[in-house]
Design a protein around this ligand. Structure first.
Ligand code: 4NP
Length: 152
């Protein structure tokens, strides 16, 4: 899960996906990172922590970090929150296989629409709730797809 700062959108997405994976008794590895490094080493934004907590997901222990080329190799799927993240991550890719891993996360909700998860950082605390709901919907659809693949 990748956003700009790795303190708002992507840590919420990481927390939701990990929580859903545990609930479904799956074993996939989830992580998140930012394309920027300004917040590396920091905990998620307090508004992100509070929003996730409201829905029963604890992200308070996550630590921000910057994405690196190794992530493109290690992970099977790289979900990005907006088009700026998409461009930044694509610049890190070295081959077609890595490029194919990168996808806008909301395409899990509305395929092919290339919608962006809005950056809640500059807004009010209540702006985090709709963002959380979008991330939750995308996580659910993604895991439903994965489970279908496993079953077939
Ligand atoms: P995020 O939000 O990309 O969802 O973590 C942001 C956090 C910090 C900044 C921008 C976006 N910033 O400019 O510091």
């Amino acid at each position: 899960m990748v956003c700009l700062g790795n303190i708002c959108r992507s840590p919420m997405a990481e927390g939701i996906l990990r929580s859903e994976i545990t609930k479904r008794k799956l074993t996939h590895v989830v992580d998140s990172a930012g394309t920027g490094n300004w917040h590396s080493g920091e905990a998620p934004d307090r508004r992100a922590i509070a929003t996730a907590k409201k829905f029963g997901v604890d992200i308070s222990k996550l630590v921000a970090r910057q994405i690196d080329r190794g992530d493109l190799e290690s992970f099977d799927k790289i979900f990005v929150m907006d088009l700026a993240n998409y461009d930044a991550v694509l610049r890190l890719t070295r081959n077609a296989e890595e490029k194919a891993k990168v996808e806008l996360f909301l395409n899990q909700v509305n395929p092919g629409q290339d919608e962006e998860v809005p950056d809640p950082w500059f807004g009010e605390a209540d702006g985090f709730i709709p963002v959380y709901k979008m991330l939750e919907a995308a996580c659910t659809n993604f895991l439903n797809t994965i489970e279908k693949i496993h079953q077939s």
